[in-house]
Design a protein around this ligand. Structure first.
Ligand code: SAM
Length: 239
């Protein structure tokens, strides 16, 4: 469980109503059961349930655990239709993404704006939190506000790759694999919406030092492409 600072009192936690309900009704925990809690400083502890009715836990021992990828991955992602976006939030979290930056571009299919996006933030935050808990992460990925594609520069990292299907025909086939062998701490991957990228958008990204890469011969759906890239990064770092 991810714990907010306001719920911590010394070595005790007074669990928030949402997690309390989960512990009681979903997990059916009892007094004496032990749960793993991640504190705001990302340290992980085992807590014992002292009073399940009141939702009081006591700290027992620290777990020296780090399940985060050893590189910080930012996914800049062409916002797809809502259910697909929620699915990608969940799966990208499982695969270790650190930050998700949704954008609108010329070929975005969805008709929305920043205000409508923000109305769904609470739901998106819950999806990120639950996926982080389920996959035993120490960090909940950050979801930035909705940007325009022209604003992506500030999210670039040591290595920057945009998935572009035209590169599958013309470009260097092994660019993705080769790039991932380099030494880097932060990597930014960029994936287009259902309608893909306009050539001028790719050109502007290249001017910012972003490399266009192929994800193979087949055209992947906009929700498959980021998961493919995250899986390849995970494979190159952990397996
Ligand atoms: N423009 C295409 C079309 O409508 O036929 C498809 C766009 S694809 C569904 C959505 C995004 O996934 C693309 O913008 C790209 O970032 C990524 N993508 C999918 N397949 C890819 C591939 N084989 N190589 C590189 N990128 C790919």
């Amino acid at each position: 469980y991810f714990i907010d600072a306001q719920n911590i009192e010394g070595s005790f936690i007074h669990i928030d109503p949402y997690n309390h309900k989960h512990m009681q009704r979903v997990m059916r925990y009892h007094q004496g059961d032990r749960v793993i809690c991640i504190l705001p400083d990302h340290h992980v502890y085992i807590y014992e349930i002292i009073d399940i009715e009141k939702g009081i836990l006591q700290q027992k021992e620290e777990l020296i655990e780090n399940n985060e990828l050893d590189v910080e991955v930012t996914l800049i992602y062409g916002l797809p239709k809502n259910d697909k976006f929620e699915w990608v939030l969940q799966k990208a979290t499982e695969l270790g993404v650190r930050r998700i930056v949704p954008f609108l571009s010329q070929r975005s299919i969805i008709k929305t704006d920043e205000k409508s996006f923000e109305k769904k933030r609470e739901r998106y935050t819950r999806i990120l939190k639950e996926a982080s808990e389920q996959s035993c992460r120490q960090t909940i990925p950050e979801l930035t506000s909705l940007i325009k594609i022209s604003q992506l520069e500030k999210y670039l990292g040591d290595v920057n790759l945009v998935a572009y299907e035209e590169e599958s025909r013309n470009g260097e086939k092994s660019l993705l694999a080769k790039t991932l062998q380099k030494d880097y701490h932060t990597i930014t991957i960029i994936v287009g919406p259902e309608g893909g990228f306009d050539e001028s958008e790719i050109q502007k990204m290249k001017e910012l030092g972003v490399q266009a890469c192929s994800l193979g011969k087949r055209i992947l759906r906009s929700e498959t492409a980021p998961l493919y890239m995250l899986s390849v990064i995970g494979f190159s770092r952990e397996l």
